[in-house]
Design a protein around this ligand. Structure first.
Ligand code: SF4
Length: 384
């Protein structure tokens, strides 16, 4: 192996659906950094990298890929032991980490790339296109390039510019809408309006790029649970995003939302109220090509997933099935799920009796319904 150190930047966050993607950092941090529930980039000053600097990273990834591909046979198989042996000898920890990311990506097919960090579309669309074209020239086998974008920035990009970005290689934008309600958007200090979300969503779709939006049931608290459901439903119906990803709200110490909760300005939603919000959005979604995705342990019923057109009733039945259970059973499941002991209600029958005993004593110790929800909120806070 040559001695010159060849590294590239790797940011901290990516959507779960991009777990096997190559991560390419084109910006650092978030342009807004003020959402009341979010701590992701609190200590990071936003920076958009120059096209030259990003291309230098792509060059280093390509350099590493050439070395890694020496361990692939002409028929496509990998000599994993040989590869591990070579990578294990790299003295620099940082460089070794970069090599392993490229190796995992290539061994997994080398198809998808995720552009980091929190708001890639803060880059001008010209600069982003330049980088995308360069990336696809370096790796012609790439099948999908995705990125995060903030609705406020996204709304300032025209459908024509999105079409150019699509042409350059951008396939999907993930955006944390969290809610479609103006009242809730204000309450969580999202710095975005319902109209900006709709404009952003329509332009992205018109430009031919896939849109994946995130919805946070419960984030408006009991005070705004109706608004959260109805506002989000309105935005979804206006846009028809390709993916609607559920991220149940957790009110976590250290956030502005937690301060609001402590000051009495936000009352925690119960898990039932959060499910009813999801139910409203699914029930009212039009016959569009939207897929509901629940790819996070923070969701109570992770099985509520599917295509709106094909699976709407199945998803509603799943929610109703839980809501109609006796109160005690609901609590048993809530706690088991929040302790990560089960994936869905169907797993409860496999729960060890000692675990059931443990949960039952917890239920006895917290008879007050609101204190119970506070406990559940504390448990899910560990997952983010
Ligand atoms: S826009 Fe996203 S990354 Fe930035 S503060 Fe809000 S939630 Fe966090």
């Amino acid at each position: 192996m040559e001695q010159q150190e060849r590294t590239f930047r790797i940011g901290p966050i990516r959507p779960p659906s991009e777990a096997n993607s190559l991560l390419l950092q084109v910006t650092n941090g978030c342009t807004w950094n003020k959402c009341k529930f979010c701590q992701l980039y609190r200590h990071t000053k936003f920076k958009a990298y120059s096209a030259d600097s990003i291309k230098a990273d792509i060059d280093n990834i390509a350099y590493q890929a050439d070395i890694i591909r020496r361990y692939q046979t002409p028929l496509g198989a990998w000599d994993i032991d040989g590869l591990n042996q070579e990578l294990g000898q790299i003295p620099s920890e940082e460089e070794r980490q970069c090599f392993y990311m490229v190796a995992n990506w290539l061994v997994g097919g080398g198809e998808n790339v995720f552009l980091q960090d929190g708001n890639t579309t803060a880059l001008s669309s010209g600069r982003l296109s330049d980088v995308l074209i360069y990336l696809k020239q370096a790796f012609p086998g790439i099948k999908r390039i995705t990125s995060y974008g903030r609705a406020e920035n996204l709304s300032r990009v025209s459908a024509e510019e999105y079409a150019e970005l699509k042409e350059a290689g951008l396939d999907r934008i993930h955006s944390g809408f969290e809610t479609g309600s103006d009242a809730v958007l204000q309450k969580i200090n999202k710095g975005v309006t319902q109209q900006q979300e709709i404009t952003a969503g329509k332009n992205i779709k018109a430009g031919g790029i896939e849109l994946s939006v995130y919805f946070m049931p419960g984030v408006g608290g009991k005070e705004l649970t109706k608004e959260n459901a109805e506002g989000t439903s309105h935005v979804i119906n206006e846009i028809g995003p390709d993916f609607l990803r559920i991220r149940t709200a957790a009110v976590k110490p250290g956030t502005g939302l937690y301060e609001d909760y402590q000051n009495g300005q936000l009352t925690l939603c119960s898990d039932e109220e959060k499910l009813l919000e999801i139910r409203t959005v699914i029930e009212r979604a039009p016959e569009i090509d939207t897929r509901v995705v629940s790819d996070h342990i923070i969701n109570l019923l992770q099985g509520v997933e599917g295509h709106i057109v094909l699976d709407r009733q199945k998803m509603l039945d799943m929610i109703d099935g839980y809501l109609n259970k006796p109160e005690y059973e609901k609590r048993l499941y809530q706690a088991a799920r929040r302790m990560a002991l089960v994936n869905g209600p169907g797993d409860m029958k496999y729960l060890d009796q000692s675990r059931v005993d443990q949960i039952e004593s917890l239920i006895r110790a917290i008879p007050d319904p609101y204190e119970w929800e506070e406990k559940m909120n504390a448990l899910i806070g560990r997952y983010i």
